[in-house]
Design a protein around this ligand. Sequence first.
Ligand SMILES: [Zn+2]
Length: 331
Amino acid sequence: MHQDLEQLKQRISLLEYLQRRNWTARRSGSRQEFVGFCPFHAETRPSFYVNARKNLFYCHGCERGGDLIRFVELSEHLSFRESLAYLKQHMAAAPESELLDKAADFYQLQLHRYSEAVEYLQQRGIRDPALIEELGVGYAPGSNLRRHLLDRGYSFDLLLRTGLINPQGRDAFCRRVIFPCRQHGRAVNLYGRSIGVAFPHRLLPRSKGGLFAWESVGAFSTVILVEGLFDLAVLWQAGFRNTTCAIGTHLTSTQLSQLGDQRGRRIYIAFDQDPNQAGQQASRLLAQHLESAGLNARIVALPPGHDPNSYFMAGATAADFLACLQRAQGL
Ligand SMILES: [Zn+2]
């Protein structure tokens, strides 16, 4: 039990634990001290202090204080032994996801502060402010995320674990338009599209999760599957709300089973029409796989060289795209 305790204390910081319970803190003078409202009683001025280095809290209002275990005992009304078990369970859930949410929120706030980001979206045909908001589109200028998160008390180590910063301590995303990939309302990864000279596509080095927006798209019996989030955005904007995206042409087993969660579902595969046939070949392989799983797959042929995004950018209308769907063939 003693060993358990030491391990727990090493692995969860009190500050991280409080943040996961939506405790809002600000730095108080020294780099290691944070202050916020006391979770144990109502107050008008923050008097609850956390020392991040010592992993201890103290409230000047109610004079309660102690370590993480003590905090759990008090807040959950548990015994010492029960608190240990509670924390172990708590650790199984991923704090990374919360951090990704915080990063996505931050990037979303940056979007309108950088004209190059808004101009880029316009250039890609994404103009509807409500849609941009709904998708949670943001912008990573590349210089300020690390400081923002460290100032809120998240550890360097956690930032590194999520992939949001690289081992040199720099923001992983630089000059990229960001789309958060969410599952059950929580970010599981972030996709960044370079607006500069860097390689166009980038996901954090973690699972890409399920199909994009499957919570809403999964309700449809006919689904359009695209490669990229800019394809999805123009199609949603044009009214094709049954569009989902796998981020790439390779589907994970989770994504494949999602497509198959409704028997007989029709899936329109609208991948890129690449000059080297890569998109077309991926479409055929996927269609075969879906058919063998009892689904109804159709391959959408866009004009040569186009993906749904570039097709709309070249002037296609919703009616034009609908005609492509109607012409789409099975294997
Ligand atoms: Zn208090």
